[in-house]
Design a protein around this ligand. Structure first.
Ligand code: NAP
Length: 510
């Protein structure tokens, strides 16, 4: 079902053009249409010097698509620093060209000074925070002569960003409301689901006209612009930092490949339970958001367990003390899982061609005593493997060993291990320190080596294992497995594993 704004028009994908000369802006216009923009925003305030009538004609006569005209003054985050009457004269002159569909005028411009030709988009921007009177601003815009409302603000976190989606719903006129910055990215991706008048996307990275703006390619190819509609279910990854997470690419590709009506967004949430809880509370208070699942990564896995509650979590996830997957059903009930341990154990067992129970009594050396180690040790012990933990900081290994009933030793002793299976859960060998390895040699007892590090795909440790004739298991399998498990839990569909694996491989090669 396609989504319409309040005039029955589909949400427009608008590319802001920020070149400093008319010639370049004209070239950007053509490039934007080729990239899939349905409208361009000519940011006349970026042109230096400001355009005269002849230059406006060069730019706007025969434009290849509908045009939104903006000449933003400095007081509202723009670049125009001349006299206000000059700025308004430029807007009035530009508004007369036939392809100019609408002209952006700031809310603080008195009604009698606004251009008389053509419809107006009345705008308000806050680059510092979220206006306390956001609803009043929306009401004032609704009461004006403008055809379209635009409100952009800067939230402290994704919970505050959701206010932009409230504004789109509450306003009676077609409205473009968005939250700027990394915390607001979800409002850009979900604009179409909420029937916004339009949404901005830059020509390419580096050409953004506002913080947090995604590119046309990201909107169309990564965040499924064409597919999103009012029925689309929303998923996301919560973490901090989150900018380099591969999860949006993996899950959106999986939705695309299976035709599942979902979209997966990045959610940067500051460390600590307060911000985690605030987002979950705010999202669950808005059933119209259709939030149905979350991946949870560092530093929020413990917060996720606490929020969902042990009674609603997988028993081993509770034992590990970390939830990396939240599933929300139609009624809004939550369930917590840990697909990290399942992904790791299954990667190992599939490579060894044994069921999980086949791990019983196998001698396993786990290198490292951090979060990944904890999940894997809990699962190995659950299936009765005999585990020795090796860690640089011996006391950490001893504490974990005591909790899960294993033995502990210093990492320096790992190259004399008597284990049959070695699992590396340290960061050693990971890009950019690709020459490092947690052990300098593999002892003769070792037959299987599983490196949880997946960047690079073949670590120094795996190369060593390969030359020693060991069975090698890469961190890629663990990473893909945990995402596959999340997809299947959320959608009840078989995951397109090969598509998901190719996305990770592609990203690693970039
Ligand atoms: P973590 O909690 O920070 O633990 C890091 C571990 O690495 C600790 O045991 C630490 O030892 C050890 N370490 C770090 N630098 C070291 C060094 N220079 N020399 C010796 N030991 C060192 O991190 P984590 O979340 O467990 O992640 C660990 C690794 O697992 C990551 O690097 C990642 O590659 C991998 N991982 C993979 C996946 C996957 O899906 N494939 C998922 C999660 C994690 P100390 O206790 O002495 O500091």
């Amino acid at each position: 079902m396609s989504v319409m704004d309040k005039t029955g028009h589909p949400t427009r994908l608008i590319c802001p053009l920020t070149a400093s000369s008319v010639e370049e802006m004209r070239a950007e216009m053509i490039a934007a249409v080729a990239e899939g923009a349905e409208m361009v925003e000519c940011r006349l305030d970026y042109l230096t010097p400001p355009p005269d009538d002849e230059q406006l004609a060069d730019l706007l006569s025969n434009a290849p698509c509908a045009v939104l005209i903006t000449c933003r003054p400095r007081r509202e985050g723009g670049r125009f620093s001349g006299e206000e009457h000059h700025r308004l004269a430029i807007l009035a002159a530009a508004a007369k060209f036939p392809r100019v569909e609408i002209t952006d005028v700031e809310l603080d411009v008195p009604p009698e000074d606004r251009p008389a030709t053509g419809p107006i988009l009345l705008s308000h921007h806050d680059f510092q925070g979220c206006p306390a009177d956001l609803d009043d601003i929306g009401r004032a815009m609704d009461a004006s002569e403008a055809a379209v409302n635009k409100i952009a603000f800067t939230p402290a976190g994704p919970d505050g960003a959701l206010r932009a989606l409230d504004v789109i719903r509450a306003c009676k006129k077609p409205t473009l409301a968005l939250a700027m910055g990394e915390a607001g990215v979800l409002t850009r991706i979900l604009a179409k689901k909420f029937g916004a008048w339009g949404m901005f996307a830059s020509l390419h990275a580096g050409k953004e006209s506002a913080p947090g703006q995604l590119s046309l390619a990201e909107m169309k190819h990564l965040y499924r612009w064409e597919a999103v509609n009012d029925q689309t279910r929303v998923y996301g990854v919560i973490g901090c930092p989150i900018a380099h997470s591969m999860s949006p690419a993996i899950h959106n590709a999986a939705f695309e490949a299976t035709g599942f009506n979902g979209v997966y967004v990045p959610l940067r949430i500051e460390p600590g339970p307060k911000s985690f809880n605030a987002f979950l509370d705010a999202a669950r208070a808005r059933p119209e958001l259709d939030l149905r699942g979350l991946s949870v990564t560092i530093p929020h896995k413990e917060n996720a367990l606490a929020y969902v509650g042990a009674d609603h979590c997988d028993a081993l996830a509770v034992r590990i003390g970390a939830v990396n997957t939240i599933t929300i059903d139609e009624a809004g009930s939550l369930r917590g899982d840990n697909t990290d341990y399942a992904g790791a154990i299954d990667a190992l067992c599939e490579a060894m061609n044994i069921p999980r129970e086949g791990l019983a009594r196998r001698r396993v050396a786990v290198l490292g005593a951090g979060g990944a180690s904890r999940a894997i040790v809990a699962a190995l012990r659950h299936y009765n493997a005999e585990v020795t933990l090796y860690n640089r900081t011996l006391s950490r290994a001893e504490a974990l060993a005591e909790e899960f009933g294993c033995s502990a030793a210093a990492l320096s002793k790992a190259d004399r291990t008597e284990a049959q299976i070695v699992v590396n859960c340290t960061a050693l060998g990971m890009h950019p320190n690709v020459e490092t390895s947690p052990v300098s040699r593999l002892s003769p007892s070792v037959r299987v080596v599983f490196d949880t590090v997946y960047n690079p795909l073949e670590t120094r440790l795996l190369a060593m294992a390969n030359s020693a004739g060991c069975l090698c298991v890469s961190g890629l399998d663990m990473f893909v497995n945990q995402a596959v498990a999340q997809f299947e839990r959320w959608t009840n569909l078989p995951a397109p594993r090969d598509v998901m694996r190719d996305v990770v491989r592609g990203r690693l090669h970039e």
